[in-house]
Design a protein around this ligand. Structure first.
Ligand code: ADP
Ligand code: MG
Length: 573
């Protein structure tokens, strides 16, 4: 028997290359963002949904012909010949990413060059061109990726939970936003904004937008410049320390990279005195190095680099850390950084942003965890409760707070385990005199079929009504109010169920249905005058919660305007 040697076809080559370039959804986002940055984007929109990853930009766009080329292997606008490789200033250069992604997904590009009157679209699925069309749009590009790994089941199996993949995705977006502080990034996760950077060019302001004021105010900035090498460092006070290196990272020539040397040197130069178990303060190092000293070709996605002058680079990192935190004033808490000083040490004040007082999320340091005792002062805008607390003024998001209270009540009742599936009292329902009917779209219909029984026990009784029609017979009592729309309510509940599932929530199905119904009922009550007795009961409920500071979806339930903040604001230091 002789083994036949065959040339692999184009589709197979692309699938193999995809294995190198596209490990997981985060790799797709990284490649798409890099392409947008290479196209000169000033504003970039990243959209992460359960079934679609998309990146849109206001960059240079592509003509219909260029789009066709872009999904072909080794077609790139970024190098002409091998000599160019040395002087590379763009993220991409191999022309591999788009064809690789298109080989294992359904990829659609919408693009328009500013000098052309209209744009066009192109769709490739599993490496096969499905079609192109004219498309009216503003100049720029939008790339959408669906059904990732649909034809590579083995790769799909290696993915972690939806939540893990999402956090890697977000981390990739954050690292690129920090790499390019001059570009405004806006990122949504299932419709919710999770990141929005100002694009001002300041690393610290970008960090502030990503990590929040509490963290950013504990960070100092330093820069060192020697020969043709420079570093800008963001170094956190001990309060920023974590148990692992998740708050330490390196960028070289505006590219997030994995390289341990400089971080280890920086960590060693950091003044001692960190709490045991929290050994790694925030250290972000942004290097500018001569391109010929950086070998980015170690890894196909260019994430790992080899440095020619590793010792000098580590030396820069050490000096930057010493500049930010000189040993003698070592561990005094830095407070809000003051304005930049000339030469040497660069402290920083974020100019006018966010406005102060901005209010603070999360528990005050004096009482970590528990909710403070609050005295209701009133309601504002049919949405916020205003209350007085021991250390300041509190504004409570009445809907988020209600969600948190219901969430913990349900968890306590159902025990979160098997008991919730079999036991638990059925929720009282309100039978509708005239049942409501609606048609469900394909993704909602199977979700309804699956959840129907559990929804009924949560007080939302429905029946099939021909085709994809559904009849709503009874709704939970606590949802009903003036102008209540049973069909819209069912849609909201199904959407919320799908979102919970996308987040990989491992609750028992019955509890999940109960929670979706209850939180939608709470949502209906969002924009309503709340009688003082109910409002006070809500605050009391919040005070009983184990995690009172955030709603189950992670939004803050209350914001505190500390007396110290108010004093500063009114000039009464
Ligand atoms: P590379 O980035 O290595 O050149 P890719 O496969 O990522 O390869 O992209 C192929 C080509 O498609 C790019 O060289 C560029 O010309 C074009 N392209 C991709 N994305 C965009 C975008 N967002 N805007 C403009 N052109 C793009
Ligand atoms: Mg690219």
């Amino acid at each position: 028997m002789t083994a036949a040697i065959r040339r692999l076809d184009e589709a197979t080559i692309n699938q193999i290359a995809a294995g190198e370039v596209v490990e997981r959804p985060a790799s797709v986002i990284k490649e798409l963002i890099e392409n947008s940055l290479d196209a000169g984007a000033r504003r970039l929109f990243v959209q992460v949904d359960r079934d679609c990853l998309a990146v849109a930009d206001d960059g240079s766009g592509m003509s219909p012909g260029e789009m066709l080329l872009a999904v072909e292997r080794h077609a790139t606008s970024k190098i002409g010949d091998a000599g160019d490789l040395e002087r590379l200033s763009t993220y991409g250069f191999r022309g591999e990413a788009l064809p690789s992604i298109a080989a294992i997904s359904e990829l659609t590009i919408y693009s328009r060059r500013p000098d052309l009157p209209a744009g066009s679209s192109l769709t490739v699925r599993g490496g096969r061109l499905l079609g192109t069309a004219a498309f009216p749009m503003a100049p720029g590009t939008r790339v959408e990726v669906r059904d990732l790994f649909f034809n590579t089941p083995v790769r799909a199996k290696f993915l972690r939970s939806a939540r893990t993949e999402q956090s890697r995705l977000l981390e990739a977006v954050e690292r690129l936003a920090l790499a390019r502080p001059g570009v405004a990034f806006h990122c949504t996760l299932e419709g919710r904004t999770v990141l929005s950077t100002p694009g001002t060019g300041s690393h610290l302001e970008t960090l502030l937008a990503i990590a929040g004021l509490e963290l950013a105010r504990a960070v100092r900035q330093a820069s060192v410049d020697q020969d043709r090498r420079a570093v800008l460092a963001l170094v956190g006070a001990p309060s920023t320390a974590a148990a692992d290196r998740r708050r330490q990272a390196v960028w070289i020539n505006q590219r997030p990279v994995t390289v341990r040397g400089p971080l280890e040197a920086a960590q060693a130069a950091y003044p001692q005195g960190l709490a045991p178990g929290r050994r790694y303060p925030l250290i972000y190092l942004f290097f500018d190095l001569p391109p010929e000293e950086v070998d980015a070709n170690v890894h196909p996605t260019k994430a790992e680099v080899r440095l020619a002058a590793a010792a000098d680079v580590a030396g820069l990192a050490v000096r930057a850390v010493r500049q930010a935190f000189p040993a003698r004033e070592a561990l005094a808490t830095p407070g809000l950084p003051v304005a930049r000083e000339a030469g040497g040490q660069a402290y920083y004040q974020v100019p006018g942003w966010p406005p102060e007082p901005a209010g603070t999320e999360g528990p005050p340091q004096s009482a970590p965890g528990a909710a403070p005792e609050l005295r209701l002062l009133g309601q504002s805008g049919l949405r916020w409760l205003v209350a007085d607390g021991p250390d300041g003024l509190y504004v409570i998001d009445q809907h988020a707070a209600n969600e948190r209270v219901i969430y913990e009540e349900l968890a306590a009742r159902g025990g979160g385990g098997e008991e919730g599936v079999t036991g638990g009292a059925a929720e009282p329902g309100q039978w509708l005199a005239v049942p409501a009917t609606l048609e469900l779209e394909p993704p909602a219909y199977p979700a309804w079929q699956e959840a129907r029984g559990e929804l009924a026990r949560a007080g939302l009784v429905t029946e099939p009504f021909g085709g994809r029609g559904v009849l709503v017979r009874s709704v939970p009592l606590r949802a009903v109010g003036p102008g209540f729309d049973p069909a819209g309510f069912l849609m909201d509940v199904l959407r919320s169920l799908q979102q919970e599932e996308a987040r990989g929530n491992a609750l028992a199905p019955y509890l999940r249905a109960r929670r979706a119904v209850a939180s939608c009922a709470a949502a209906i009550k969002a924009n309503q005058p709340l009688p003082p007795a109910e409002a006070q009961a809500l605050l009391a409920g919040l005070a009983r919660c184990a995690e009172p500071w955030r709603c189950p979806h992670g939004r803050p339930t209350m914001v505190r305007f500390g007396h110290d903040q108010l004093n500063r604001r009114f000039g009464r230091e």
